[in-house]
Write a protein that binds this ligand. Structure first.
Ligand SMILES: NC(=O)c1ccc[n+]([C@@H]2O[C@H](COP(=O)([O-])OP(=O)(O)OC[C@H]3O[C@@H](n4cnc5c(N)ncnc54)[C@H](OP(=O)(O)O)[C@@H]3O)[C@@H](O)[C@H]2O)c1
Length: 302
């Protein structure tokens, strides 16, 4: 297998850690991210030892902060001049109706804006690779989203239900990714659905995070472990999306938890929605793209 340079956000725990384990085991040069440098450096060290791959390193990222995304991008430019794969895995399923210091609803910031911004800032590095891929970890929860809040893009209006806002943000991310695939045909844009896994994200869910009807089923859900599988199994679609040879030249696709190309929700293919989400997102990110990424990073990377 050809060795690649990859950046995997949220590689210090949950599904991301299992994804990192496989990718590091395959010998790729891998940068993982997490919030805590102490924990992240320790995880990277363990991965290096376990996989005998010395090319695993760590950089910090707080995915709810666009300033942190910019700082991560700046540091990535200091580590590599080429990126074959950007795997946007880190996300947050927020529990309450909260806004970030930059004014964005937390799920929107964590599940959509941060990974679009990171991708945009790193595009010059991706464009230096022969067959670059951007993988966004999605969720089957997007299939329950019936409407996109174009008029309330920042999810200001109550009621707020954690899982609903999270699925909405992931749906925006999918719509945006499909549009991006048309805009930039040289990059493979792939959404990867991990299925469900017992991780920090899912074990912390409470009845109130579910829509009203599903709340009634919550005790049963807890009893049977929510049908959750292992994070190792859930890493399969991300690994396939990052490395699968049969996906070369493909873009704007959705991978099932088994790594097969499947259809996402009908809503996600609506071109007018994709365009509207593209426009709204770019407007929100404008202030964070004030420097041309390439010239900005060239002048800051010495
Ligand atoms: N688990 C599921 O059943 C499921 C289902 C569908 C989709 N997904 C998607 O799969 C991806 C991984 O989910 P997961 O279940 O593995 O989640 P997780 O257990 O919360 O992921 C843990 C990883 O994310 C990092 N992380 C958590 N909060 C962060 C923050 N605020 N800023 C930056 N990094 C943060 C952690 O880093 P530190 O703790 O080291 O900071 C760690 O590396 C997400 O995109 C999620 O939406 C998961």
């Amino acid at each position: 297998m050809q060795k690649k340079t990859m950046l995997l956000t949220g590689g210090t725990g949950g599904i991301g850690l299992e994804t990192a384990r496989v990718l590091a085991g395959q010998g790729h040069t891998l940068i993982i991210t997490g919030r805590s440098p102490a924990k992240g450096e320790a995880v990277a060290r363990t991965l290096r030892e376990q996989t005998q791959n010395g090319q695993v390193s760590f950089l910090p990222l707080e995915v709810t902060s666009l300033a942190s995304v910019r700082e991560l991008a700046r540091q990535v430019y200091g580590r590599t001049d080429r990126l074959d794969v950007l795997l946007n895995n880190a996300a947050v399923l927020e529990k309450s109706h909260r806004f970030t210091a930059e004014g964005f609803e937390t799920d929107l910031a964590a599940c959509h804006l941060s990974n679009v911004l990171l991708t945009r800032l790193l595009l010059p590095l991706l464009e230096n690779a022969p067959g670059p891929r951007v993988v966004n970890v999605s969720t089957s929860g997007h299939r329950f989203v019936r409407q996109v809040r174009l008029e309330d893009f920042n999810y200001q209006k109550p009621p707020y239900v954690g899982l609903v806002a999270y699925a909405h943000a992931k749906t925006l991310n999918l719509l945006y990714l499909y549009h991006w695939a048309k805009e930039l045909p040289r990059v493979g844009f792939i959404a990867a659905d991990p299925g469900s896994a017992l991780t920090g994200m899912t074990t912390s869910m409470q009845a109130k995070d579910f829509p009203l009807l599903m709340r009634l089923l919550f005790p049963v859900f807890k009893l049977v472990g929510g049908g959750f599988g292992s994070p190792g199994k859930a890493a399969l679609s991300s690994v396939m999306a990052a490395t699968g040879g049969e996906l070369t030249g493909r873009s704007g696709i959705y991978l099932s938890p088994k790594g097969k190309v499947v259809k996402s929700s009908p809503l996600s293919y609506r071109q007018s929605l994709q365009e509207a989400v593209w426009r709204n997102t770019n407007t929100l990110l404008e202030p964070f793209l004030h420097d041309n990424p390439l010239t900005y990073y060239e002048s800051h990377s010495n």
